[in-house]
Ligand binder design. Structure first.
Ligand code: ADP
Ligand code: MG
Length: 233
């Protein structure tokens, strides 16, 4: 069994009279501990697909299994609980909470989850901050760090709960190329170490080099899949 299985998944958005077929029948399996990228032009369906895998939305047709669970069967509360324990998210706009420090932003998902003893919580946050090279900035607020640093904090935040899956929708869209490459490399190293399955989307062909599997989307369908040799650090 693969960690993520999509079978003939379609998604139609209906707004009034207009309907948009965003996904037109996607079937694919994503294995545990893989480093996968979806690439494709704007409007090709990347965000729609990641939202479905992340249990943020439901398909119009088809089935999606994540870690053996048919996610169509989950109601809103069950979906939220499932996300909280299984999935970490990294967003294009970093989505750090401005009134919390770097340290507090990374700690936040742990406070939402269950009651870890405070020492363990602190150890976990510090370990992650060290891994992304942000421990020395932990008392700063998001407004006082650069975009690349914000995204490193967001990576630490996504991984702090040790989720099986991390989803990142165009995580480097607001970074320059060198910084984007650095952030992807950090994600790759960390996900190797933690055994996380990491799935990111991008429209930038230059940053997919670290991915082991690249699925190309066009107009709601997968038009190509490229496997590269695992690039373990
Ligand atoms: P990408 O992330 O590759 O740019 P999206 O998944 O955002 O693509 O969009 C795929 C298609 O679905 C586009 O035509 C887009 O306009 C449409 N779409 C996405 N989200 C919505 C929505 N909430 N309501 C209506 N149409 C949407
Ligand atoms: Mg998108």
């Amino acid at each position: 069994m693969s960690l993520i299985e999509l079978d003939s998944v379609t998604k139609v958005y209906r707004t009034g009279e207009v309907s948009v077929k965003a996904l037109k029948g996607i079937s694919l399996h994503l294995d545990k501990q893989s480093f996968v990228s979806f690439i494709g032009p704007s409007g090709s369906g990347k965000s729609t697909l990641l939202n479905l895998i992340g249990v943020l939305d439901k398909p119009t047709q088809g089935t999606i299994r994540v870690d053996g669970t048919d996610v169509n069967t989950l109601d809103r509360a069950a979906a939220a609980a499932f996300r909280g324990k299984t999935i970490g998210f990294v967003f294009q706009n970093f989505n750090l909470i401005p009134v919390l420090t770097v340290y507090e932003n990374v700690e936040y998902p742990l406070l939402m989850l269950d009651r870890l003893p405070s020492k363990e919580r602190r150890d976990r946050v510090m370990t992650l901050l060290e891994k992304v090279g942000m421990a020395d900035q932990m008392d700063k607020y998001p407004n006082h760090i650069s975009g690349g640093q914000k995204q490193r904090v967001a990576v630490a935040r996504a991984l702090v709960t040790n989720p099986q899956i991390v989803l990142a929708d165009e995580p480097t869209a607001n970074l320059d190329h060198a910084t984007a490459f650095k952030v992807i490399t950090i994600m790759h190293e960390m996900t190797n170490e933690f055994g996380t399955t990491f799935i990111f989307s991008t429209h930038d062909p230059k940053i997919v080099g670290e991915a082991e599997i690249i699925h190309t989307l066009e107009d709601g369908t997968i038009v190509g899949t490229e496997r590269r040799k695992a690039n373990k650090q």
